[in-house]
Design a protein around this ligand. Sequence first.
Ligand code: TPP
Length: 298
Amino acid sequence: MSRDYKTLADRKNEYLAYEGHEVITWCAGCGNYGIQKALERAMVLEGVLPNNALFCYDIGCHGNGSDKIGKEGIYTIHGLHGRVISVAAGAAVANPQMKVIAEGGDGGTMSEGINHLIHAVRSDYPMMFILHNNENYGLTTGQASACTRKERPMNGSPDGVASEPMNVCDFVLGLNPSFVARSFSGDIKHMTDTLRAGLQHKGFAFIEIMQVCPTYNRQTPQKWYLERTNYLKHTPKTIESARKAAKDLTNKISYGILYQDKKLPNYMDRLANRNDIKTTPRDEVKRFNIKGLIKKFE
Ligand SMILES: Cc1ncc(C[n+]2csc(CCOP(=O)(O)OP(=O)(O)O)c2C)c(N)n1
């Protein structure tokens, strides 16, 4: 990756390659527009060419970004609900020359697929994960997720939910992560900078984006978030101080890189049996003739 240029104008053609031409179907005012734009910008500013990147999307409103990003020559996978991290991790490990980006909603990621998130953080796979936290299951029309605030009436739970919402960054910080950040869908500049830092990180970069959902989450609209933003001036030095900064999701919501450990060896660096191997697993794929094996079972 080269990073010798600063503006998108310098890289107009590459930027256009990330811009899609499909009709966008997100609701008016949906935070996904800003997130997708910021991601396109971050990719270009980091000098990642479209054919060196793989975008993996979970099932959900955010997942519809899979056919909205880029034109020809963009690699995308739109996988099973809750399983995007496992698919992306496999790709990232198989071919470390590709930048692998995975995206999921708070529904699929914090419930159906939470096991994958836990082990991806522990394993420190070389990839970036973007959590679109709109505090509900959007695509299936507004059911409560693990991140829905307690008092909020939702489709399927009109009296509100019985449990306190999960604080996602605080949860991830409890897993000894190497990179945790939070941003806001209403601030494209902040998201772009945060995503750029995530792309530069060599392990599992976890980025939560607090996402406005004007259709199913009317209690915390854009204005509500804007009145509560707390941009961190410095990255907290310890996990304990990062957790403190991450805690408040009601009055003063912290945005920025909450924690980063650049020295933690990522998954590939930890594999002692690959220490002296210069090739990638992708280069090592061989064709085997399995006719003989099949014959044994005939
Ligand atoms: C295993 C499985 N469970 C449930 C569904 C149905 N389903 C599809 S999208 C979706 C909601 C997605 O919500 P979230 O992950 O928060 O993403 P968002 O739509 O809010 O971006 C659900 C429940 C499914 N496709 N597969």
